[in-house]
Design a protein around this ligand. Structure first.
Ligand SMILES: Cc1cc2nc3c(=O)[nH]c(=O)nc-3n(C[C@H](O)[C@H](O)[C@H](O)COP(=O)(O)O)c2cc1C
Length: 196
């Protein structure tokens, strides 16, 4: 394999300095140390301009909206690996994340443009996944999105229990167990890179 494997990281949290962004950053930094991998960008969806909620009317008229979500979809098309990090909100990603998923519809219907890329997801939430299904449910929904686009995926990362921390923020530095799980995800992505 001559060309570097490209990866985009997408933070779906509406919060500044989110848990999602920190965890995403850890995995991207770990992957960046591998010469075979190139990080395209760590996107914060909350910084993107959103002009369209995906009502589909423009399919018949002038084409797709050139807003921030369109920019992120273009980066997803360019990348080999799509790594999403999101909090769970009632078992789903927050509205920001759902807008991105909804807006990906043209990529699916116009020739499966994400097909064959690797999907990965980190979900964090207030509750412990052992007691409450909402973290797992959110991860399952994200995997459903990857499957719809015919993307292979690595095992999702479920990280719960932020309720135990002030302002529901993981401590800094991240606990060793959390770092271990994130490094395992980076390893799985590296294995996929090696198998290409
Ligand atoms: C509207 C809303 C709904 C939420 N629903 C859940 C939930 O169902 N289960 C859960 O564990 N946490 C839930 N949370 C808590 C967030 O997932 C949690 O605070 C998370 O750590 C935030 O991560 P972030 O910093 O990446 O945004 C919810 C938070 C909000 C704002």
């Amino acid at each position: 394999m001559d060309k570097a494997t490209t990866i985009i990281g997408i933070d779906c949290s509406p919060r500044a300095s989110s848990n999602s962004a920190r965890m995403l950053g850890e995995v991207l930094r770990s992957l960046e140390r591998d010469r075979r991998v190139k990080v395209v960008e760590q996107v914060r969806l909350a910084d993107e301009r959103i002009d369209c909620l995906g009502c589909e009317q423009c399919y018949q008229t002038f084409g797709y909206h050139g807003d921030g979500i369109d920019r992120v979809l273009s980066l997803m098309k360019e990348s080999d690996v799509i790594l999403m990090a999101t909090p769970t909100c009632f078992g789903m990603p927050p509205a920001l994340g759902v807008v991105l998923l909804d807006r990906s519809d043209p990529l699916w219907r116009d020739g499966q443009q994400l097909k064959g890329k690797l999907g990965a997801v980190i979900v964090n939430g207030a509750t412990d996944p052992a007691d409450d299904p909402s973290v797992r449910l959110c991860a399952d929904n994200m995997i459903k999105f990857f499957e719809q686009h015919e993307m292979p995926c690595v095992q999702p990362v479920h990280l719960g229990g932020t309720l135990a921390y002030p302002e529901q923020r993981f401590p800094d530095p991240l606990p060793a167990g959390t770092m271990g799980v994130l490094e395992q995800l980076a390893d799985e992505i590296r294995q996929w890179v090696g198998s290409r």
